[in-house]
Design a protein around this ligand. Structure first.
Ligand SMILES: *Cc1c(COP(=O)(O)O)cnc(C)c1O
Length: 395
């Protein structure tokens, strides 16, 4: 019996080594990784630049505390600010903590202006923002909040109609919080018009717009951040997952106007942005911001989407919808998705389930056309197997 909390429905698989797009078990069996640790290993496994960086930093300095200047942290913040809408950055160890900082910043911003009633965050059905008490409350998904007590200060609406958002805004609203592409909720990419509409509503009502780009950001859609496709910017943004390629790191980014309220004493994190994490973060950024990286993701996203639409034509009874943007892709399928993920594992392909019975594909962003074709061939075999099995069962 495991001594661990029983919080995860784990498969039996254990990997001992990774290289590029592949993970290996102890007996040397290779698996094609279209999960990337749930959108974390954007540069795949064992990237030489990252390995060299972490080795060199490990020999120099790991941790000192945020009571001192951390040059690697200053540099990473400067680079993130230069590459985005943001002026200021707070570093965390995870996505949920990046959201915690975002929520605290939004509330404190209004408190600072004397609008102390403005504490409510408007969120959307199907969202996921992490597993702390504040972030499960922000997402409002009953399967995550059940049994964990009351958490006031959050409102939830069905996405899709801007009028519903406007109707939910009142004198207590501080911010609208949304993932431009919902990950866990079923790989739903919101339209440019919808994100533009949210920005306009936030401006009209003098409230803040927060984007959660923990999963869809950092290049995955073919731009640095998914919101860039819509040509609007948030006031605050949460980032994590790919930012450290597997080293625990997250960030809350904000405009100067908003971040100004977060004065000494308002927030902190012991580990957040330590030298080791930020050395890795800078090395990840070297690769992600290199010329051609986003173009590669965009091109591979198109290849993947084309193949997935072809699969849907081939198996119309099994696949009902292709979702996503770039290399965050989803297939809404009719057989139970968790069983199908297991079936793919038997075929040595790693993918992950999302809500709404969606199969989620999140390959490392370094994926090539040949690897996409390999994955699609496995998907096709697995769907064909299902068809054969149900034909046999019907006889
Ligand atoms: C994974 C995720 C989070 C939470 O990140 P953790 O590092 O697990 O705390 C928050 N928001 C989104 C959109 C995510 O996908």
């Amino acid at each position: 019996m495991s001594a661990l909390y029983g919080t995860y429905a784990r498969s039996e698989l254990a990997f001992v080594r990774g290289e590029g797009m592949r993970l290996y078990t102890a007996d040397g069996t290779a698996y094609l990784d279209f999960n990337a640790g749930i959108a974390v290993n954007a540069l795949g496994h064992g990237d030489p630049h990252l390995v060299e960086t972490i080795k060199a930093q490990a020999e120099k300095l790991w941790h000192v505390s945020n009571i001192y200047v951390i040059p690697e942290q200053e540099r990473l913040a400067r680079r993130l600010a230069e590459a985005t809408f943001a002026d200021k950055v707070f570093f965390t160890n995870s996505g949920a903590e990046a959201l915690e900082c975002a929520i605290k910043t939004a509330r404190r911003y209004f408190w600072d202006k004397g609008e102390t009633e403005r504490v409510d965050i408007i969120g959307f059905a199907g969202s996921f923002h992490g597993r702390t008490t504040a972030t499960i409350a922000a997402a409002g998904n009953a399967s995550y909040t059940e049994g964990f007590g009351p958490m006031p200060g959050y409102k939830h609406i069905e996405p899709g109609d801007l009028k519903r958002v406007e109707a939910a805004i009142d004198e207590k609203t501080a911010a609208i919080l949304i993932e431009p592409v919902q990950g866990e909720g079923g790989v739903t990419a919101f339209s440019d018009a919808y994100l533009q509409g949210l920005r306009a509503l936030a401006d009209r009502h003098g409230i803040l717009l927060i984007f959660d780009e923990v999963q869809c950001g950092y290049g995955r859609t073919g731009k640095f951040f998914a919101f860039e496709w819509a040509g609007v910017t948030p006031d605050i943004m949460a980032v994590a997952k790919a930012i450290g390629n597997g080293f625990p790191l997250g960030a809350c980014l904000a405009t100067e106007e908003v971040a100004r309220c977060m004065v000494p004493g308002t927030h902190g994190s012991t580990y957040g942005g330590n030298p080791l994490a930020c050395a890795v973060g800078n090395a990840v950024l070297d690769r992600v911001l290199a010329p051609g990286f986003f173009e590669h993701v965009e091109a591979m996203g198109k290849v993947l989407s084309r193949h997935l639409h072809q699969l849907m034509q081939k198996y119309p009874g099994l696949i009902t919808e292709v979702r996503g943007k770039g290399l965050i892709a989803g297939l809404k399928i009719t057989p139970p998705v968790r069983d199908f993920v297991q079936r793919l594992r038997d075929h040595k392909l790693l993918a992950v389930a999302a809500s709404d019975n969606v199969l989620r594909l999140l390959p490392p962003l370094i994926v090539t056309e040949a690897e996409i074709e390999e994955a699609v061939a496995i998907l096709s075999d697995a769907f064909a197997e299902l068809e054969t099995e149900s034909a046999n069962a019907a006889q």
